[in-house]
Design a protein around this ligand. Sequence first.
Ligand code: HEC
Length: 89
Amino acid sequence: MLPLLLIACELPQQSSHTVLPASDSKGAQLMKKYCSDCHAPPSPAAHTAKEWPNVIYRMQERRRMKAYTLIDENEERLLLDYLKEFAKS
Ligand code: HEC
């Protein structure tokens, strides 16, 4: 029984409720804070490290349009570090 459970936990999470990698990290917390206003935080594996800065830029523009609190410079850096660490290769 136990080995089976362990295997189940290692399956990739692709359900609608995205389980973020390192879910207790600062980066994952920022994802929940700044993405959930509009949609479930996407998996960092949705984009490559090279693509993420543009996506975050676009999402920041969307926050601006809605007059939501903007992601500050320091948080943006942490968010990008996090996304890049778990990005698609
Ligand atoms: C103000 C609303 C809003 C917020 C906040 C927001 N998004 Fe989005 N996001 C959208 C909308 C609308 C779309 C669909 C249109 C598009 O792709 O631009 C989208 C689509 C996406 C997509 C799929 C399209 C693509 O380019 O891959 C990704 C990935 C994404 N968002 C990432 C994020 C991340 C990461 C955050 C948090 C840092 C975030 N979003 C926060 C509105 C938002």
